[in-house]
Design a protein around this ligand. Structure first.
Ligand code: F42
Length: 145
């Protein structure tokens, strides 16, 4: 069993700790927005360690859309490289934890639909895309049956 490597970012690390230690009953929203957050658990591409990344909850039926916005920063977040290398993840949505497999969305029609859904769930994504010249990566996490 690999070791858990907490996020170097304090507020992110603390959200993961509260969310997980409460069994998904506390710390489940983004600060004062009140909008729901999920926790993605995956394996680090280089360290092989367990990483836990909170992301906004964008549901599409049984699946989730994962948006690598990082607040519109110029570079993709590091977790994007981890997911490309190791697509097997576990997703916690409040009290429910499920094994899922992610794939990056490259088809423009599918991406456009999922982007619209993402902006509806979390409107700041639209501003984040305007802040950066990179195209924000979008993944879908689908249940493993
Ligand atoms: N970020 C988003 O991009 N989208 C969201 O919708 C989002 C929502 C959100 C909600 C709540 C919250 O608390 C945080 C939220 N975040 C959201 C922030 C998100 O959780 C991440 O913190 C953010 O996207 C930055 O991700 P990052 O992976 O770039 O994090 C950095 C700070 C980090 O952890 N760096 C590590 C380090 O030690 O410097 C590296 C971690 C790593 O994964 N290393 C790999 C390994 O092997 O372990 C190697 C990776 C490689 O290939 O280089």
């Amino acid at each position: 069993m690999a070791d858990y490597i907490p996020s170097p970012t304090k507020w992110v690390r603390e959200q993961v700790e509260l969310y997980e230690s409460s069994g998904g009953t506390k710390g489940t929203t983004l600060m004062d927005t009140g909008l729901p957050v999920i926790i993605v658990t995956n394996v680090g591409n280089k360290t092989g360690g367990i990483r836990k990344t909170p992301l906004m909850r964008v549901a599409d039926g049984d699946s989730y859309v994962l948006v690598g916005s990082q607040g519109g920063a110029p570079k993709d977040p590091v977790w994007v490289y981890n997911l490309r290398a190791n697509p097997e993840v576990e997703i916690r949505d409040k009290t429910v934890v499920r094994k899922m497999k992610v794939r990056e969305v490259s088809d423009p029609v599918e991406r456009a639909r999922l982007w619209k859904l993402s902006v509806a769930a979390f409107p700041p994504y639209e501003d984040y895309q305007k802040k950066t010249t990179r195209q924000i990566p979008v993944f879908v996490a689908e249940p493993v049956h």
